[in-house]
Design a protein around this ligand. Structure first.
Ligand code: FAD
Length: 514
């Protein structure tokens, strides 16, 4: 007799990671139930930025327009000394991922509210239980039983799901219930985050500025919706009690040249920086995602985004497994792919923090200031470079010359019915093989074709601008981007995953990766 489940996936915690997990599962037709301890959105504005990778995920979830209305373009990043010396500046070039511009400033509570509103469209497919706390979890070979307590009545219910996702933040109850250690360090220094409402514009307000200094490094950033943020470390001997009112906080802002004419203080909070990761992200049928799995310093602006990318990744993979298109073992690729990426951003954040705190050696500073070997073709700084996977469900080499593991660009394309749209809109949500001016299926053996057919793949020829389409499985590369991109890596055909990363290239065999 087949088992009865209350839902396919139980989402434990409904912050940004939990909502993206819910949206991804619901978008793929999977039922989910979320449990969130609080009734309201956490009011402290933590995350300050999202980039084109995250926006492409929003696009895939059909929510990029709604989110786009309440975020602001970010102009550039700069690292300044108080004497006016500019240590480093990153001007954001146009995005290759089909999102304009490349970086955005956000206001986290507003963004979370929009995400929740967008998720509400799924009705019963994504049931959210607010004011409900996860208190226990048991698992067996067929599913997960989660005990949840209604915080108003004290009533405890047991929910049976095929899988569970622990998206319950840095002090994750799920991680504790699974007995998974959180390895790493927490720095001693306490930071104060001051969020303000802007009263007038000032020069360069829209440059994200890191005031770099050994003693008082400061993050100075415009948030969307007319908010502005300063983050400062407390000095030895200073405590939270020294800044328990706006009157006591104002001297910190005034020392930075900010006055009551510029802003009014809205709220403030204190926090410490963590560099921590859960020892494992999977126990049985339960997965950890977001801050429950990893905590990083804020310097790369990547904590929330990394959680959202985790949620998207495990979401489409769980959907494939639950719908019977992917084998259960595919779920092991979640941690194999996401852990190195979270680690990359954590290390990047640590290094950027060393610039801000002026901890670089003279040699390191000189290397930072050195002109690129090929000034006409400077490499993109890792913070803004298009995403690449460092391992996982891929076939072929992860190398400079290889397209494997890279996210494909997203140009405008046309189809044989005359529609013009961004590539992803016309590709759908499944696996797709793309051929550079050829039908990619013609390069496959019968066995390779059967493998991709079993995954529900499409086969699409990408034609140059000046060609006729010959059928429904053809797209015209209106920006002349995709064909040249494939040729740059010597590829005639590529196999693309639902998350738009290249899984295989004809140069190293187009068979479905093991
Ligand atoms: C000062 C600061 C600046 C930051 N800047 C950035 C930035 O620029 N860019 C960026 O990407 N990230 C940034 N971050 C990090 C970002 O805010 C977090 O990574 C992000 O909020 C994590 O999302 P999450 O959903 O994983 O966890 P959370 O946001 O912590 O959400 C977890 C949810 O689970 C709920 N929950 C917990 N326990 C239970 C339970 N037992 N039962 C039910 N529900 C439960 C909580 O109530 C909460 O709603 C910053 C963080 C800080 C502190």
């Amino acid at each position: 007799m087949s088992e009865k489940y209350d839902t396919d996936v139980a989402i434990l915690g409904y912050g940004p990671t939990g909502v993206i997990a819910g949206l991804t599962l619901a978008r793929h037709g999977i039922s989910a139930m979320a449990f969130e301890r609080h009734r309201d959105i956490y009011p402290r504005a933590r995350a300050v930025t999202v980039n084109d990778w995250t926006m492409r995920i929003f696009q895939s979830l059909g929510i990029d327009e709604a989110v786009g209305k309440q975020i602001d373009p970010q102009r550039a990043l700069r690292w300044m000394k108080y004497d006016g010396t500019e240590l480093l500046r990153i001007e954001h070039p146009p995005s290759t991922l089909g999102v304009k511009p490349r970086f955005y400033n956000i206001y986290q509570p507003t963004m979370e509210a929009t995400l929740r509103d967008c998720a509400a469209q799924y009705g019963d497919r994504l049931k959210v239980n607010y004011g409900t706390e996860v208190v226990a979890l048991e698992q067996d070979a067929a599913g997960v039983t989660v005990s949840v307590r209604d915080n108003a009545t004290g009533e405890v219910r047991r929910i049976r799901a095929r899988y569970a996702l622990g998206c319950d933040g840095g002090s994750s109850t799920t991680r504790g219930l699974l007995d998974v250690p959180l390895l790493g360090d927490t720095l001693d220094v306490l930071w104060i985050v001051i969020d303000c409402r802007v009263k007038r514009w000032w020069p360069d307000r829209n440059l994200l500025t890191f005031w770099s200094d050994k003693k008082r490094p400061v993050v100075d950033i415009a948030l969307s919706g007319g908010n502005h943020r300063w983050e400062l470390p407390l000095q030895p001997g200073e405590t939270e009690a020294d800044f328990d009112s706006h009157d006591k906080i104002w001297p910190l802002l005034k020392a930075l040249g900010v006055s009551e004419e510029d802003v009014e203080i809205h709220q403030h909070a204190f926090y410490r920086h963590h560099t921590r990761m859960a020892q494992t992200w999977r126990v049985g049928r339960t997965f950890l995602a977001g801050d429950a799995a990893h905590l990083m310093p804020p310097w790369a602006g990547a904590g929330m985004q990394t959680g959202m990318r985790d949620a998207f990744d495990i979401g489409w993979k769980l959907a494939g497994v639950i719908q019977g298109r992917l084998p259960e073992r595919f779920l092991d690729t979640y941690e194999a792919e996401r852990r190195p990426n979270a680690d990359f951003y954590t290390q990047l954040a640590v290094q950027l923090g060393r610039i801000i705190k002026q901890e670089l050696s003279e040699e390191e500073q000189a290397a930072l200031n050195a002109p690129p070997p090929d000034p006409a073709n400077p490499p993109e700084p890792p913070l803004i470079a298009p995403p690449v996977l460092a391992g996982g469900w891929l076939r072929g080499p992860l190398a400079e010359h290889s397209a494997v593991g890279r996210m494909i660009p997203q140009p405008s394309v046309g189809d044989n019915r005359g529609a013009m749209a961004r590539l992803d809109e016309l590709l759908g949500h499944s696996f797709v093989l793309l051929g550079d001016d050829l039908d990619p299926a013609t390069l496959l053996t019968a066995e390779e074709r059967a493998g991709w057919d079993a995954l529900g793949a499409r086969y699409v020829a990408v034609r140059p601008q000046n060609r006729h389409t010959q059928g429904p499985d053809e797209l015209v590369d209106l920006d002349e981007v995709l064909g040249p991109w494939m040729r740059r890596y010597g590829a005639r055909a590529i196999a693309v995953r639902p998350d738009r990363f290249v899984a295989a290239v004809d140069t190293h065999g187009l068979a479905v990766p093991a």
